[in-house]
Design a protein around this ligand. Structure first.
Ligand code: SAH
Ligand code: SF4
Ligand code: F3S
Length: 440
């Protein structure tokens, strides 16, 4: 049997696409290799959101190229956002690459990978005609499933490459989404995460007879028997309308957790980023969400060193972080992306300043996250068991409704909901012991 190995970079959308890439390859009769060294086909599902993943891919392709010199039959395939951004140029940059395909072209993979001795065909891009969800899949986490609700993004954040590589936003039909969620529940899935680049603008581009909005989708998923937890990512603050807040407050299965990217605390920088909200509007939205949804956990994304960001702008970011008190935050150094407006802006911030700001930001983010987790000690959390702990196999690992990872003692099966007494906390995890199983 020929075997493949897949390496995934980037966001949840890519992780989900990878499940479909695996499903496609397995439906063609390929098996999964345990390492790249044992594979006949190595596939990279790439990300190009910042320079770092580009650099990492370059090293991986160097290794793969060396193996190909020893074994000329090795097929090297590059999919995802980097492939889409580079298009045919990828074959000049990396002559060892046999197949390249964009995120919208996964369905065509079968035509290209040379299964059954058929020759390998080089690349195809930018079709975006299929939802990955309609393809066979190979799910990675037992009780949890990603569910794609839209593809692409209609925003035009000036720093971001995603609209260029993922295309215009297209919502998936509500009936198709609910049918998939119903099937997942029947297969034993208890938690779903609805995925879209701008997940809460879902529905607006649907045909008039089925046009609806994201709050209605939350309600429809909540009504599916067996689904205990619903999450979604990432919402855009500009599209967080009242019906969505009401649905979150009223649906039992919708978790008390929102990842709400702020990007900057300076209204001046937010404008240059084309985020279409101000600091004040963002903070007012947070207050409204907290008033409607008790015990809400908030996560965010922050970029430091956007072109023109002054010390005063950066201080405003720190102020917002202190004011909102996030439970978690992803912090990024601004990385110019070819073809985006921000990359062409004159007043780029020096690397040393960006790094210094990132350090200061991380310090504040971690202190607050540690304080917030410490507040949970002594309480009881409902935890969905995922399996053994990553750091200590004597412990179990799971997640709370507020999306905090918990390591705990006791015995339970993956996919079970248990109550855990919290006994300790760090800035990123809780630890504790099982109190009792939660009645189904
Ligand atoms: N669609 C999602 C995620 C986009 S990418 C959303 O809009 O929320 C995830 C995060 O990467 C963004 O929220 C942003 O914080 C960061 N990011 C995007 N482009 C970047 C760039 N050029 N440099 C640094 N960080 C970037
Ligand atoms: Fe990028 Fe902005 Fe779209 Fe998010 S909303 S994917 S940051 S353009
Ligand atoms: Fe990266 Fe593409 Fe996701 S650029 S962040 S993998 S949409």
């Amino acid at each position: 049997m020929r075997r493949y190995h897949l390496t995934t970079f980037g966001c949840q959308m890519n992780s989900h696409d990878s499940e479909r890439i695996k499903g496609m390859l397995e439906s063609l009769g390929l098996g999964e290799a345990t390492s790249k060294e044992e594979a006949d086909i190595v596939v990279f599902n790439t990300c190009t959101i910042r320079e770092k993943p580009d650099t990492k891919l370059s090293a991986y392709l160097g290794d793969a190229g060396a193996r190909k010199r020893e074994n000329p039959d090795l097929v090297i395939a590059v999919g995802g956002c980097y492939a889409e951004a580079q298009q045919e140029r990828i074959f000049d940059l990396y002559p060892q690459v046999d197949v390249a395909f964009g995120p919208g072209s996964i369905p065509h993979l079968a035509d290209w990978v040379g299964v059954g001795g058929v020759g390998v065909e080089r690349g195809r891009f930018g079709t975006h005609e299929h939802f990955a969800a309609d393809l066979p899949q190979h799910r990675e986490r037992g009780a949890h499933a990603w569910v794609q609700v839209s593809m692409g993004c209609n925003s035009s954040c000036s720093y971001c490459i995603v609209p260029a590589v993922r295309g215009r936003e297209q919502s998936r039909r509500p009936g198709d989404i609910v049918a998939e969620v119903t099937q997942l529940a029947a297969d034993g899935v208890r938690e779903i995460t609805l995925l879209g680049q701008n997940v809460n603008s879902w529905g607006r581009d649907l045909a008039p007879d089925i046009r609806t909005e994201f709050g209605e989708l939350l309600r429809a998923c909540d009504a599916v028997e067996g689904i205990e937890r619903i999450r979604f990512t990432s919402p855009h603050p500009k599209d967080f309308r009242d019906p969505v807040i009401a649905a979150m407050a009223e649906c039992d299965a919708v978790c008390e957790h929102i990842h709400l990217p702020v990007q900057s605390g300076s209204s001046r920088i937010l404008k240059a980023m084309r985020r279409t909200y101000t600091r004040e509007r963002y903070v007012a939205l947070v207050a409204k969400l907290r008033a409607a949804i008790p015990d809400l956990a908030l996560g965010t994304d922050v970029i430091v060193g956007f072109p023109g960001e002054t010390e005063e702008d950066f201080r405003e970011t720190l102020e917002v972080v202190e004011e909102v008190r996030y439970d978690s935050a992803f912090t990024f150094i601004y990385s110019p992306r070819r073809g985006t407006d921000a990359a062409a802006m004159a007043d780029q911030v020096p690397e040393a300043v960006k790094h210094e700001r990132l350090e200061r930001l991380v310090e504040v983010v971690q202190r607050i996250a540690a304080e917030k987790n410490a507040e949970r000690v002594g309480g009881v959390e409902e935890v969905l068991v995922e399996g053994p702990s990553r750091t200590d196999i004597a412990l179990l690992r799971g997640r709370t409704r507020r999306n905090t990872t918990v390591n705990f003692t006791g015995s339970a099966q993956a996919g079970e909901l248990v109550h855990v007494v919290v006994e300790g906390a760090t800035s990123t995890t809780l630890r504790g012991r099982i109190a009792a199983a939660v009645a189904a």
